[in-house]
Design a protein around this ligand. Sequence first.
Ligand SMILES: Nc1nc2c(c(=O)[nH]1)N[C@H]1C(S)=C(S)[C@@H](COP(=O)(O)OP(=O)(O)OC[C@H]3O[C@@H](n4cnc5c(=O)[nH]c(N)nc54)[C@H](O)[C@@H]3O)O[C@H]1N2
Ligand SMILES: Nc1nc2c(c(=O)[nH]1)N[C@H]1C(S)=C(S)[C@@H](COP(=O)(O)OP(=O)(O)OC[C@H]3O[C@@H](n4cnc5c(=O)[nH]c(N)nc54)[C@H](O)[C@@H]3O)O[C@H]1N2
Ligand code: SF4
Ligand SMILES: [Mo]
Length: 688
Amino acid sequence: MTTSGRTATHCPYCALQCGQWVDDTGAVDARAFPTNGGGLCQKGWTAGSLLDHPERLTTPLLRASRDAPLTPVSWDTALTHVATRLRALRAGHGADAVAVFGAGGLTNEKSYLLGKFARVALGTSQIDYNGRFCMSSAAAAGNRAFGVDRGLPFPVTDLDGAEVVVLAGANVAETMPPLMGHLTGARLVVIDPRRTPTAERAVASGGLHLAPAPGTDLVLALGMLHAAVVDGHVDLDYLAGRTTGFDDAWSVAAQWWPERAERVCGVAAADMRTVVGWLARAANRYVLTARGAEQHAHGVDTVSAWINLSLALGLPGREGSGFGTITGQGNGQGGREHGQKADQLPGYRMITDPAAREHVAGVWGVDPGSLPGPGRSASELLAALGRPGGPKALLVFGSNIGVSAPDAESVRDRLAALDLLVVADFLPGETAMAADVVLPVAQWAEEEGTMTNLEGRVLRRRRAMHPPPGVRTDLEVISGLAGRLDVTGFPADAGEVFEELRLASAGGPADYAGISYARLDAGEALHWPCPTEEHPGTPRLFDERFAHPDGRARLVGVDHTEAAEPPDAEHPLRATTGRVLVHYQSGAQTRRVAELAGIEPESFVECHPDTAARAGLVDGAWARVVSRRGVAEARVRCVASLRPDTVFLPFHFGGAQAANNVTIAALDPISRMPEFKACAVRLEPVDR
Ligand SMILES: Nc1nc2c(c(=O)[nH]1)N[C@H]1C(S)=C(S)[C@@H](COP(=O)(O)OP(=O)(O)OC[C@H]3O[C@@H](n4cnc5c(=O)[nH]c(N)nc54)[C@H](O)[C@@H]3O)O[C@H]1N2
Ligand SMILES: Nc1nc2c(c(=O)[nH]1)N[C@H]1C(S)=C(S)[C@@H](COP(=O)(O)OP(=O)(O)OC[C@H]3O[C@@H](n4cnc5c(=O)[nH]c(N)nc54)[C@H](O)[C@@H]3O)O[C@H]1N2
Ligand code: SF4
Ligand SMILES: [Mo]
């Protein structure tokens, strides 16, 4: 897959996994692939500049004590130190004294090996990952409704033929720009408290921008289901033939006539009826959700409400129509399938399922009874660090939790309370710089592996160049630590790990048994499940049946609950958070790309001009955004189209500017997703 010095691979960032060419100097070019149609966004174009970045980590770093500075050491010293400390902590406090935090940006091979490392080499139940902050609500709702969780159960290119697409809490024009190319023929309806570039496109497409108050999507979806029933748009044959549970859903939606829903969410009842009519009358129509709808303390129920509406209108599992959730991180899909989640084993098996434990233990050559878990979810894990009974050591691979976790000030306190914090990273992000041991690892263009994109298609990440001297791959790090803990079965070769992953996933919901590097390298488009080498993969999941034993999709009776922290006199505004085009996540990477940092150099808070004025602020001034948990400093950006009761912060900045200083770690009861997208704040002026 190398042509005239260029290697075919995929972008290191989001789940669209746009095709890239990378040469042996790290120069990036766009490569036509079905998801991106030949385009890249600015992040993908500039990714190569981090390969030889002056701040690139190229030697392990170690601090002798918590207050000592990080100093360069050899790999042997670093890994031996970590292994020695881990052994001592386990001996003194039990296996759960050591915790692991993974990420949806890691390849399938890394996710798999990290999960195995935690369960087998460390024997700890304490492993979770940043996907808990990302896809967990969508995943839980998908499992509940369809019996399986694959973000898009159809290829992205199916959207090309859509006539109507509803995007609930998705700002795709900024978060996956090339995806917009698949939506050019559709009338778009964008549901977002803010008038985003995606919302502008919706209006330009002859569609609508609906702006509910943050955290009220569920009511909007209920109002729309009510309208669908009353206006006669429900697909009764489909409901009878392919679903169960309509009565449960209707028993709640019956009470939410559109005018009542309007009073809570602020979207006009007439608009609800219009959108339902568009969806009902179009032949090809989709409802898609993303983090705006999902990152709430009732995110699972909110997604269920959008699925209920989709099922009532007969969308899922029908050619040219469907429901989907837009996966976020590069391997957000694969990352939630191979066992780095607290309650999961490879192949999307549940760790509590005796048959799953037996299968995976068999592949691993261990006693099923020795597999620990389930452990704590990400937020609960972070909250327990350094506390009595909680973990005393944490190994982090691929997440900048000191910036991206909710209530980040308290997370930073917890990290500081650890006996040992180990971070594998290639850049000195905030969390890495707080660690006791920093392990410098390879970047995407320097390693082999696979990623599973937002449509469940498995892709090859290929090495275009060697990492700088002194740098190892994540797999080499895990393998090296396992060796020092005297356990075998942790190869550092990606191909070897993938072969084992195939066996471990065989027979599970996310079955990769039939997928091989050879088939992928030959250009086959393989979507899981793919149980045998002869199997063509499954681009569309629900054409004939849903994955529940009875083959039917389930509607669920879900009702509105108020946000965990409603505004009050002291904190009268609803803060929501999200992304801008040029930055990625905690910003550890993109803030170091001069071209991108030049466009958005610092944090900002979007607010209505009247809201700013009431707080004594003007456009361009620095504000303190204050919640019960902390303060985020941000420059005021007045936006006349924004609801006056709402402010918005990007979460791409660290330290005093971190949006997560103010967010709340209120968790969804099912998914344990934190409420990133709604908390109560006030604005204050700040002198700078
Ligand atoms: N540029 C860029 N692209 C990215 C990323 C990035 O960091 N930067 N990250 C990737 C990842 S991991 C992810 S998860 C995806 C996320 O992709 P998106 O979900 O599209 O991104 P967000 O900005 O988090 O949220 C989308 C929108 O939800 C809105 N919103 C806030 N509260 C609510 C609400 O209560 N209801 C509704 N309906 N909307 C609400 C916000 O105003 C925002 O415009 O993006 C991926 N792509
Ligand atoms: N307020 C608020 N907070 C949010 C969100 C929000 O919408 N609002 N969104 C949440 C979501 S959806 C997500 S996905 C999280 C993301 O937030 P994080 O989990 O912090 O993700 P990144 O910022 O991508 O951090 C990745 C870190 O790992 C490094 N890295 C990248 N690739 C690799 C690799 O292959 N190996 C290793 N060892 N290191 C690697 C990068 O340099 C970087 O330091 O944030 C969540 N936090
Ligand atoms: S849309 Fe996502 S995958 Fe494509 S270039 Fe941008 S960040 Fe990379
Ligand atoms: Mo995400």
